[in-house]
Design a binder for this molecule. Structure first.
Ligand code: TAP
Length: 451
């Protein structure tokens, strides 16, 4: 077993060191989870519900501590980090309602009784990226546990601290040992073992599209279930009839929140030609006012990028690009980058086509509704997006025509734990949250009893 240094991205300094597990330790964790599954699936639904509610209450008691860990480990603002810890609590509470409601069906057939059961799968492996370590972990483990599965969870090497703490809190809350285990280590070692170990019956992966494709190919070998939440290049479409002031005030946080390290970032802004100049004039002061600072300050709206390497990648998108305007960022230690708005010369521009995963917004005008939809769909991704209009008919037409898994009208909201979240096209496979996610952690069994 090796170790990994965990860095504070706002200072570049080492916070602590955590274990980095090898294949043998990963196998041991998976096999413990396999043994724990035998008992966990037999826990009465009401008792499983109570344990999940207790887990939620324990997360709530440690909310400030979890948030502070995320501020220091991931550079998230305090406000965001509190929301993220609260989201884990809420998602646990929501799925605590599930064990007692996970009903099958009785189907009329001749010659007997036919019933279906939603059976748990077994051990579920969850692989989490560094950009939203807490919520993405919770969106996997809460429904998986509620449906009667056991879980092994691999946090990103860069951001393991909150996951490790959540593993401890689960035990404190009374979850039986080995039902929920956190297995820190490299993706190429621990994550890869989730893909190849036959006892892991489903892999939930959130991260880059290339790694997601490799995981899907690897899972095919054992016909292993897989949920993929991958990249995005979401469009924010502003029509001339919209409340332009409101749309411009909301646009910065829709792309610069979490320093743009958000798969749902509305990183392509499409503005109807007739109001293009007016809209950019409204957007500029909003971008310049976006507060980038020490994420621990309550006033911070954006913190640093996750690493020096990632900052260099983000900066490369500005090479030769037309910069419309930028906000500001602190100097000195830490991986800072200012909110930046680029004018796309064409849809071939690299910053227009590729996911930057940083605080960079690309802007392009469009002529009419048809062109707006065509431009929004001109991407391999399809995760999220927004449109701004006062015309209800247009809102419905464009919502149906844009190829994304989640869309909001006159809002930038993407995630609500009651509703399904996930991508179309190369943004993913399957859905998290809401009732859909619960069923994806089960297999339907059909039983026929002859009369
Ligand atoms: P990745 O490099 O894909 O890493 C994501 C996770 O996968 C990490 O835990 C990583 O482990 C692990 N991993 C890496 N290689 C692996 C392999 N061969 N087998 C199994 N696991 C492996 O992405 P990232 O750089 O962390 O995150 C940024 C990307 O994720 C962006 O493209 C973003 O859009 C996407 N993302 C999507 C969503 C949703 S909801 N669709 C949410 C967040 C992020 P280590 O890092 O420890 O090596």
């Amino acid at each position: 077993m090796g170790t990994t240094e965990v860095i504070n991205p706002a200072t570049g300094r080492v916070l602590t060191t955590v274990p980095s597990l090898g294949v043998a330790e990963t196998d041991a964790a998976i096999e413990r989870a396999q043994r724990a599954f035998v008992e966990w699936r037999r826990v009465a639904p009401g008792d499983r519900a109570r344990l999940l509610r207790q887990f939620a209450a324990t997360v709530d008691e440690h909310l400030e501590e979890l948030a502070a860990l995320e501020v220091s480990n991931a550079g998230h603002t305090s406000g965001n980090a509190r929301w993220e810890a609260g989201n884990v609590r809420d998602v646990l509470d929501y799925y605590a309602g599930a064990p007692e409601r996970l009903s099958g069906r009785q189907i009329p057939v001749p010659g007997g009784l036919d019933v279906t059961f939603h059976e748990p799968l077994g051990v579920v492996g969850i692989i989490v990226p560094w950009n939203f370590p807490m919520p993405i972990a919770g969106w996997g483990f809460a429904p998986a546990l509620a449906a009667g599965n056991t879980v092994v969870l691999k946090p990103a090497e860069l951001t393991p601290l909150t996951a490790i703490r959540l593993g401890e809190l689960a035990l404190e809350a009374g979850l039986p040992a080995d039902v929920f285990q956190v297995v820190p280590g490299k993706g190429s070692v621990v994550g890869q073992r989730f893909v190849t170990h036959p006892a892991v019956r489903k892999v939930c992966f959130t991260g880059s599209t290339d790694v997601g494709k490799a995981i899907m190919a690897g899972c095919a070998d054992q016909v292993k279930r897989v949920t993929l939440e991958l990249g995005g290049k979401s469009a924010n479409i502003v029509f001339a009839d919209a409340d332009l002031e409101k749309a411009a005030a909301a646009a910065p946080s829709s792309v610069f929140d979490n320093a743009g390290q958000d798969c749902c970032a509305r990183s392509r802004l499409l503005v109807e030609q007739s109001v293009f100049d007016k809209f950019l004039a409204l957007l500029e002061p909003a971008v310049k006012a976006f507060r980038v600072s020490d994420p621990a300050l309550d006033t911070a709206e954006m913190g640093p990028l996750i690493s020096a390497g990632h900052r260099a990648t983000v900066a490369s998108y500005l090479d030769g690009a037309d910069v419309a305007f930028t906000g500001s960022a602190p100097d000195g230690d830490g991986w800072w980058f200012p909110p930046t708005v680029l004018l796309a010369r064409s849809t071939g521009d690299r910053h227009w086509r590729e996911e930057v995963f940083g605080p960079v917004l690309s802007v392009l005008p469009f002529r009419d509704e048809e062109e707006a939809v065509r431009l929004a769909n001109d991407t391999a991704y399809g995760l999220s997006g927004s449109l701004w209009t006062r015309d209800l008919g247009r809102a419905l037409r464009v919502s149906r025509a844009v190829e994304t898994g989640a869309l909001s009208v006159n809002s930038h909201s993407s995630v609500r734990y009651w509703t399904p979240f996930g991508g179309m096209k190369q943004s993913g496979l399957g859905r998290e949250l809401g009732p859909d996610a619960l069923l994806s952690f089960t297999d339907v069994k059909n039983v026929f009893l002859a009369d």
